[in-house]
Design a protein around this ligand. Sequence first.
Ligand code: UD1
Length: 422
Amino acid sequence: MDTYLIKGGKKLNGSVTISGAKNAALPIIVASLLAEGTTVLHNVPNLKDIQTILKVIECLGASYEFNTEHNTLKIHVNSLKNAEVPYDLVKTMRASIYVMGPLLARCGEADVSLPGGCAIGERPVDIHLSGFEALGSTITIEHGYIKARVQKLQGNRFIMRKVSVGATANIMMAAVLADGQTILENCAMEPDVVDLGNFLIKMGAKIQGLGTERIIITGVKKLKPVTYSIIPDRIEAGTFLIAGAITRGNITINNVIPEHFQACINTLSEMGFVISGGDSSVTIEPSKKLQGSMIRTLPYPGFPTDLQAPIMALMCTIPGISVIIETIFENRYTHVGELRRMGADIEIEGNVAVVKGGKQLQAAPVLMSDLRAGASLVLAALAAKGQTEIRRIYHTDRGYENFEQKLQSLGADIQRVKGGKP
Ligand code: UD1
């Protein structure tokens, strides 16, 4: 297992190019299964999660060529077979459940291992399944597998009991080839869902209302393969802005859509950082007067839960009190114990975290518990005094492309030690 060694205290300076969005690429790769022929995707990040979803679509009959140097992925799809998506793949990446929508649409059957809970909470998939039922499928759970069957999907009206990125994407992928009209209510408005919708529209799907709470889909008989470019990763963008902020450096992130992480920009501005930028770049600079802030994680366009752990590391270094209310996942404070080991003063009461900031963080051996918790520890280490050793960095490998290379190019002292301690 690889380890990071980070010597903190260096200001990051310079510019960095943000990669394609993992959470848009995952459903879009799966949606390519909806059309026979060759789909070409640009700006696909070379990440562990992407390699995992490629294994998943391969086991359903697709083949692919991934040019990782140019981030271009070609996916070849002919007939599709419903093969069981094994637990080993689903347990490493919950997004494997995305194959259910396309499999039901094209084969009328889907057998996928039921994902268990994970480090950040229980994470049920009931909304995905009720959506497929609303479109006429029968669902049973047998020996840990979800088995969905349908003769032909039928359009229907479905109200999601909670805003869910995954369920909105999955049900949309099923409904595009259903008979008649589907009206989805209480939809996720995340840019990743909109990007998937735009990809489906380019393939020939009829979808209205993307980026709103109500999406209306009129089923079509067939979709065609297309060439498409994935949007930039707003969570990676936010993470690098926070890396600039926590080291009080001056950095510019390129190839971004600032509107997609406006909530993060607003919070950093409230804290006193000076943010400027153009259509596709954002620059962050420190200011003399910094102050604590309060955030509440919410569905888009609110503050994203995926930036909660990263911004908490920053809050530890800002004078005054900061408060976080995590409303999306019930167990998303696993980084707190590790940040405390680095000298942070954080109190947790239920889903509320109170950070007493202005502390000089100190190096300590720490463990990543999930992807974004891992990013938070890397950020804390960049600001800490001494050399921090971070273990289980396979978590950040899942979601940050060339993480250490990008940080090094900004002046960070970070090294990957191969085969470090578990
Ligand atoms: C996606 C993102 C993840 C992000 C999350 C919230 C991907 C691959 N992952 O995850 O990085 O943290 O959105 O922005 O895109 N829920 C249910 N039943 C369901 C589905 C969800 O109760 O059937 C609950 C979840 O437990 C959670 C909330 O709804 O409390 C939101 O989850 P959801 O938006 O579905 O997250 P994911 O799509 O899994």
